[in-house]
Design a protein around this ligand. Structure first.
Ligand SMILES: Nc1ncnc2c1ncn2[C@@H]1O[C@H](COP(=O)(O)OP(=O)(O)O)[C@@H](O)[C@H]1O
Ligand SMILES: [Mg+2]
Length: 399
């Protein structure tokens, strides 16, 4: 591993979440000797490489559970690997960082299936599939690449998600202040960090939809021309439909106790199709529906706080990351409904909200390179700690 004379290493973290909007690339400098791993790490640069539109469509179709052959999935795995490699090389070139100086890449890949627990006869074993072949990334970049982080946790009896909590613990754990770290991607998830907590006290779970339902409604309303409700422009023009909101909040997922995870299989196209067929949704305007979906996200997060978090821990701050942090209506609704909890953008505490998850996978890769476990058994339900990921070593010699 290359390490600079200053005793620090450069690691790239890459991530594409359930929104499948693009590949986030973070360049992270990690000090070798810091006592707190995340606090002695710094983001040096961050970029997002959007997926080509046709590739995104293929990903969404596969992730929605459309029938495809094993051959198509196999080809998609390698194609996305090329796309991740291109994203890394393009970003490094722009930042004038020679790949040789980078010690490792941690690549989450693209989730196309995730079922953290067995369900029915069709999915009789818990499983997860992140694609974007790390061997391709290592071959193209010449950088040792760690991928497939979730499988080791499932093999240890966990749900394979969420994996970011250990980084939240390093970043935000505080002796006096109880905090929650909330990431609003396609799905929203939170990590609970009571004041003065140890890793064993940390719980984390998916609250439900993040931007996924909003995005799907916007795509439908604009015939695919707009992919999301930029700055809540559409929702701001509409009015919330109370009966529809009440109906949507009566969701059995919200009642399930944590640990729990969810994804596109629950809140994807089929969910939106059902929503639009509800009597409460008929004749509603697009902007009314999108406003209602925005409130659904905000209030399902607040419901999770009231049901599962507040009875157990005193929380005074919520640190928000993910693309949803850029939705002003969502943030305002969240802050209003949470009352005395202060809502803070993660950038205020040093990690830009868009970069948080890519930053986290750089740190997880670093742990794996050092044979250290990084799942949080309490959060995933695993029976024991696990060293996450599979290592594809850099090819020998010049590439
Ligand atoms: N300016 C913005 N206004 C409203 N929503 C935004 C804005 N920027 C990003 N988003 C939302 O964030 C989503 C992407 O968030 P991201 O954290 O990348 O999710 P994921 O981890 O699922 O890829 C977009 O699909 C969109 O819904
Ligand atoms: Mg994204």
């Amino acid at each position: 591993m290359s390490r600079s004379r200053s005793g620090s290493a450069l690691v790239v973290g890459m991530m594409s979440g359930t929104s499948a909007d693009g590949i986030d690339v973070a360049l992270v400098r990690i000090a070798s000797r810091g006592t707190n791993r995340a606090r002695s790490a710094q983001i040096e640069n961050f970029a997002t490489a959007p997926y080509p539109a046709t590739l995104r469509d293929s990903i969404l179709r596969v992730a929605e559970g459309e029938r495809v052959t094993a051959g198509e999935i196999s080809a998609l795995n390698f194609r996305i690997g090329e796309e991740f490699a291109r994203a890394a090389l393009g970003a490094l070139r722009r930042w004038r960082v020679r790949p040789k100086r980078v010690s490792a890449i941690g690549s989450h890949g693209q989730t196309i299936f995730h079922q953290g627990y067995a369900q029915g006869s069709r999915f009789s074993a818990p499983s997860t599939l992140q694609i974007g072949e790390p061997a391709v990334i290592a071959a193209r970049t010449g950088i040792t690449t760690i991928g497939d982080f979730r499988s080791a946790d499932i093999a240890a009896g966990g749900q394979g998600a969420p994996l970011v909590p250990i980084v939240d613990f390093w970043l935000y754990g505080n002796p006096r202040v109880g905090r929650v770290a909330l990431n609003i991607g396609g799905i929203a998830n939170l990590t609970v960090l009571p004041a003065d907590c140890s890793l064993r006290d940390v719980i984390a779970f998916d609250t439900g939809p993040g931007n996924m339902v909003i995005d799907a409604l916007v795509r439908r309303a604009t015939n695919g021309i707009q992919k999301f409700d930029r700055n809540a422009r559409i929702a701001t023009r509409g009015q919330m439909i109370p009966a529809l909101l009440v109906r949507l909040l009566r969701d059995e997922y919200f009642l399930m106790p944590p640990p729990k995870t969810t994804g596109r299989e629950r809140y994807g196209e089929a969910y939106v199709k059902n929503l639009l067929a509800l009597p409460e949704a008929r004749r509603a305007s697009d902007s009314d529906l999108i406003r209602t979906a925005t409130l659904l996200t905000a209030l399902s997060i607040v419901d999770a706080m009231n049901r599962w978090v507040r009875p157990k821990a005193k929380i005074s701050e919520m640190i928000v990351s993910g693309g949803g942090a850029r939705n002003p209506l969502l943030m305002a609704q969240l802050a209003a409904a949470l009352g005395d909890i202060r809502v803070i953008d993660s950038a205020e505490l040093g990690v830009p909200s868009d970069a948080k998850e890519a930053f986290a996978f750089a740190l997880l890769a670093w742990e794996t390179m050092h044979r250290r476990p990084s799942n949080v058994p309490r959060a995933t339900g695993a029976r024991r700690p696990a060293i996450l990921g599979k290592i594809c070593y850099a090819p020998p010699g010049k590439i």
